[in-house]
Design a protein. Structure first.
Lengths: 538, 202
């Protein structure tokens, strides 16, 4: 089958992409950014993505004095000759014609096709060749625009680096995140710890149309544990929680408060004061003792003895008072949440921490930071021990955070644990899955370390710019990104895919989709049951 | 059999002029004619025609004051037809290298560029039949010769295309293709292009 011929290459460069002049038979209106084309070069075939569609005319005077196009004859003559369409194509992969390169498969482009190479629409087979190397451990995330070929991600590759999911609110970030989490979970590539701000990953969430959508625990009950900060909310929603998290004041360290600087509106001096308080009252008691101070005079006395400004301390006291509203903060926790989480993770069970009614950002930052810091510490210890003693390494861990710009903004990403994790990558077997709607708020250094970025529609110039930091063919992808559909479309690029791809994300939320997702689980369970039965009966 | 219409009386590489055998009956402006030089058939498009007195110094005088009909003038002074002549000029747009015969036989190659030698004086000039016109205009290379002629080039191109289109099975399709060719040839001259297109649209 011959694919439709679109036009010929007329100019271009490797960095900026090539210009394609459309044949007169091809209408610009049939083109779409994000689609794939193949370019038949002299010696090799190129595979690229349409990143822009342009109208052009042979003579600029035609624009100022347009011809009489109401006459169909004149319109027909001029279209494709005097006036024509142009495509901007970003070549991404190439394949040589000889047998060796056929074996090697598609390679990254290092040159451009020659002048007047013929450009055709990519066929299903072409796309299949690029994305379709079906291996056991791959997870199907969606299909390229107007195609049936499945785009697959390799979860094991994916979790080797930190990844990001971006997009305006309401563009399907949560759905995508669920899919990715399921992928990681199904393949057992890593265990997940999800800080679930809006309680939508563990148990039921709702789609934008108000339809209920199942989440991880319902689909994979044996592999997911739901931890709740807000037991009441969980009970109301009939979530079967595995553990109720309480955090003692004695677990909060000055570093945890430092992370809240922006959210609580603390001054630098106030943050410094917390360290002094910790020295005065002791690491474990400072917050409780400080909050116990009631009167203004007592506070002033303390300020004097610490050498702090009275107003500073008063302000700090007032701001920290707000933490008292968070009822999961107790003087002494009954159980050690960190220990519990680690136990679950060690058993390969994914943990979703639901925040219930505590959807304010202060609570989220406090808890996520506090837990992650300690968990990361343990992981590091274990990893170092594993290296030293040659014992088993801890399971790879993926920590999912929402509103990531609050953790990874340029001012604080140097200090927060999340900044550290994003930068040091998988050294300690911990990586991040950041979900955010304002990627421009995230530190550039962190953004550039993200391995794979999956982004839904973004329309803010700065957000687009920041997501595409360090990507080749940036200007081309920009227009693709800004023109994504509102729903179910995402641009994936980076480490885990052979080339940038716009996908229509697979369905999620219908019974059929659960079935497709769950098939593997069911098969595995059956296999396991059979094995057990065999063991039992010998 | 193509109609014999005249005889070459003046020839250059790019153009030839012929005198019509019939007064006042030159081939239409823009039509395809041919003549020959030895083995080579030379094609031209009629680019002008004129009827004058046979003696350059003697201008005709008005004679019809007493007559009711124009034709009566010629009837009452039959010598007139002998004192006048009709000439036409054709721009050379191509040539065929045939092996023999006056007709353009199948398999003969038509080149859409100037012949090696001009037509001979007193060569006969024929008006091409529609089949030959169709065959000649399968390629639009002759347009580039016409585009560069100056003067009434645009009028000539339009007239030629109108004539040749009539010989094709789908005249509109032919004109669209020709228009596209012109759009490329006249890429920097939008006004000329528009002028021609307006003259050839159905």
């Amino acid at each position: 089958m011959e694919e439709t011929r679109l036009g010929i290459v007329v100019s271009g460069s490797l960095t900026k992409g090539v210009e394609v002049r459309l044949d007169s038979a091809t209408s610009v209106e049939d083109m779409a950014v994000g689609r794939y084309v193949t370019i038949e070069g002299e010696k090799r075939r190129f595979f690229g993505m349409i990143t822009d569609v342009e109208l052009d005319a042979i003579d600029p005077r035609l624009m100022t004095a347009p011809p009489d196009v109401s006459d169909p004859f004149i319109a027909e003559v001029l279209s494709g000759t005097s006036t024509f369409g142009r495509l901007h194509v970003l070549p991404q992969l190439t394949m040589g014609g000889d047998a060796l390169s056929l074996l090697e498969g598609p390679q990254q482009v290092k040159t451009v096709p020659t002048h007047f190479s013929v450009v055709r629409e990519a066929s299903e087979q072409d796309v299949e060749r690029v994305f379709g190397q079906v291996e056991e451990k791959q997870f199907y995330i969606g299909t390229p625009l107007d195609m049936e070929t499945k785009v697959r991600l390799n979860p094991a590759e994916l979790v080797k680096r930190s990844n990001g999911i971006f997009g305006k609110s309401g563009t399907g970030k949560t759905f995508l995140a669920r899919l990715i989490l399921i992928g990681i979970l199904q393949e057992g590539a890593a265990v997940n710890l999800v800080f679930d701000m809006h309680s939508e990953y563990g148990w039921e969430g709702t789609s934008e149309e108000g339809r209920k959508v199942k989440a991880l625990k319902q689909l994979f009950p044996s592999k997911v544990a739901v931890f709740a900060l807000d037991e009441e909310s969980a009970r109301r929603r009939k979530v079967s929680t595995d553990f109720v998290v309480e955090i003692g004041y004695d677990e909060i360290e000055p570093e945890d408060i430092a992370m809240l600087r922006e959210t609580l509106g603390l001054t630098e001096a106030a943050v410094q004061a917390t360290y002094r308080l910790a020295r005065r009252f002791g690491e474990r008691n400072w917050l409780e003792s400080f909050l116990a101070i009631e009167g203004r005079e007592e506070l002033n006395e303390l300020a004097q003895s610490l050498g702090e400004h009275e107003a500073t301390l008063a302000a700090l006291h007032r701001r920290l008072e707000t933490l008292r509203r968070l009822s999961f903060l107790v003087p002494h926790a009954r159980d050690n949440a960190i220990q519990r989480i680690l136990e679950y993770l060690d058993r390969g069970i994914n943990v979703v921490l639901e925040f219930g009614r505590y959807t304010d950002i202060a609570a989220y930052i406090l808890v996520a930071n506090l837990l992650t810091r300690r968990i990361h510490e343990r992981y590091r210890e274990r990893m170092e021990r594993a290296m030293g003693e040659d014992t088993a390494k801890p399971r790879p861990l993926v920590i999912t955070i929402e509103e990531a710009h609050k953790f990874l903004s340029p001012d604080i990403s140097g200090q927060t644990i999340f900044g550290t994790i994003a930068r040091e990558m998988r050294k300690y077997n911990v990586t991040l899955l950041v979900i955010d709607q304002r990627p421009s708020g995230i530190d550039e250094e962190v953004m550039s370390q993200l391995g794979t970025k999956i982004t839904c529609l973004l329309d803010n110039e700065r957000d687009i710019e920041s997501v595409l930091t360090g990507v080749s063919g940036k200007s081309g992808l920009k227009s693709v990104l800004a023109k994504l559909d509102n729903k179910q479309q995402a641009l994936i690029f980076g480490h885990a895919v052979p080339m940038s791809v716009v996908v229509r994300t697979r369905e999620y939320g219908s019974p059929q989709s659960y079935k497709e997702l769950g098939i593997r689980e069911a098969v595995e369970l059956k296999k396991k049951a059979e094995e057990e039965a065999e063991g039992l009966w010998g | 059999m193509p109609t014999k219409i005249g005889e070459v009386i003046e020839a250059s590489t790019t153009e030839f002029t012929a005198q019509c055998y019939e007064l006042h009956r030159p081939p239409p402006f823009g039509s395809l004619v041919k003549t020959r030089e030895g083995e080579v058939e030379i094609y031209g498009v009629v680019c002008s025609a004129e009827t004058t007195s046979i003696e350059p110094g003697r201008r005709p005088i008005a004679r019809g004051g007493e007559e009711a009909e124009e034709e009566d003038i010629y009837r009452s002074s039959p010598q007139l037809a002998k004192l006048l002549r009709t000439d036409f000029s054709a721009l050379v747009v191509g040539h065929g290298e045939g092996l023999g015969g006056g007709e353009n036989e199948k398999g003969e190659k038509i080149n859409h560029y100037l012949p090696p030698r001009p037509a001979r004086i007193h060569s006969f000039v024929y008006l091409c039949e529609p089949e030959e016109v169709e065959k000649f205009s399968r390629s639009f290379d002759f347009l580039s010769i016409l585009v560069g002629t100056g003067g009434q080039a645009d009028e000539l191109i339009a007239a030629t295309l109108r004539h040749t289109a009539a010989a094709h099975r789908d005249p509109r399709d032919f004109l669209v293709m020709a228009g596209k060719e012109l759009a490329l040839l006249l890429s920097g001259e939008t006004n000329r292009l528009n002028t021609i297109l307006r003259r050839i649209r159905g």
